[in-house]
Design a protein around this ligand. Sequence first.
Ligand code: NAP
Length: 497
Amino acid sequence: MTTLRRHAVTLIPGDGVGPEVALATKRVLDAAAAAAGVAFDWEEAEAGAEVFKKGDTSGVPAATRDSIERTRVALKGPLETPVGFGEKSANVTLRKLFETYANVRPARELPGVPTRYKGEGIDMVIVRENVEDLYAGIEHLQTHDVAQAVKLISRTGSEKIIRFAYELALREGRHKVTTASKANILKFTEGLFKQVGEDLGKEYSSLEANHLIIDNVAHQMVKDPAQFDVVVATNLHGDIISDLASGLVGGLGFASSANYGDGVAIFEAVHGSAPKYAGKNVINPTALILSSTMMLRHLGETDLADVVEDAVLATLEAGKALPQDVVRQQGGDVEAATSTSGFADAVIQSLGSRPTTVPAAASRPRPIDVKPHARWTSGEAREREVGGARVVGLDLFLQSLAAPAELGAKLSALAGQELTLKMIESKGTVVWPNAAPAFDPTGLFRARFLARAEGSDLPDETLLALAARVAGVAPWVHLEKLRVWGSEEGFTRAQGE
Ligand code: NAP
């Protein structure tokens, strides 16, 4: 057949079992494409362990970055983060470099794959924010023995990912979007995410929108997973519940994923490099093959995506080619399991077949790739983000082994004319002026100083002079300005404040 369409794709085989699953996937795609008059121009590129070993601490060499910038699409095997070479994960580096803010992980019941939930009709998509939250990786030792990580959630980031989730629901013909958060405890970070979910829910009136606390999501997912349709969460929570969701439908051998940015998309299996299986041709390649169907939809090759997905479903349903993880689940002899390359052969032979016990991909509402918009946040919200605040005080984090009463007396005396010491807390609980019933010192305190006068807008000099005075009593480790926007306070109260 003459080639009608060509697509350039960056192929990163990756580490461990990566090259095996990447080769299996490439073979399936090339075979399916050839029959449809499509061709891929694969640009093979390096990332991960070997790159770290060569001394490139990013794990992603310039040639790989250039290739992705050219093709805008990458199919990627798992990447190891070897201890002792680079500090940062090459996966996270790729996400950050190309700002792939949306991580999409579908979890659907698959025929022939044994699970505890067989027949319940699990079919959900977890949409995980991919570049913010604790994954910003901003950590500091506050004392030698107290570590802190910054959980960063922006309105823009929340709007981008939550809108992405609603759009995905519409385009996949889904009916419900659950925003999952820990807003009950983390009022600002997770609270912002929850609020944006509720605000955007009003714009998508044809969809059912609800909010669940993330721990309840975990509980409900195990108890009654079929109730979920699209679930959107911040980065760490999304990471955890998407692994949970993949465990419901057969495990890592079947868990596919896509990372979408405004200009670049990277498709990969959820699993890692599974080093103990590397080079043995035994690992299940389904996860990456299913990830590649997401790539095909992204490239506009919807029919081809359906053909490949249906061939995978038909292969699993037929039960003749069973990868080792399925055989193990069934209690069978893993020595007799189908190899990685053997499974790819079986899928290639099934191209053109459709499953009969589950809906064929071609018969489901056709998931069209969500093309993100360039701008998401309203101008009004952006202005609020950068200006209009008054400074009403200072939180001063300091190291001290003193008793709270002694520290309180000393710091009160240093507050000066414009400020007053409001409270001292440890691990978020007030220990001065009221003593906490159970105080377990860590060596780190937070002292909150507030402006004495109503309506104050404290200048930096006042705050810095206070910090200098306090330094004479105990070393301070970081400062947080306390600000208000109109009557809206930009800081939470401590427990007991
Ligand atoms: P892993 O590589 O995902 O493997 C853990 C276990 O999951 C394997 O031992 C195996 O279980 C099962 N498994 C993984 N892939 C499978 C597949 N395709 N089919 C069937 N079963 C599969 O996790 P890890 O051992 O924690 O991580 C190894 C390395 O991978 C680390 O360096 C980590 O940083 C990296 N990693 C990379 C990515 C990525 O690139 N996106 C993701 C996660 C981890 P059994 O032993 O029970 O057979």
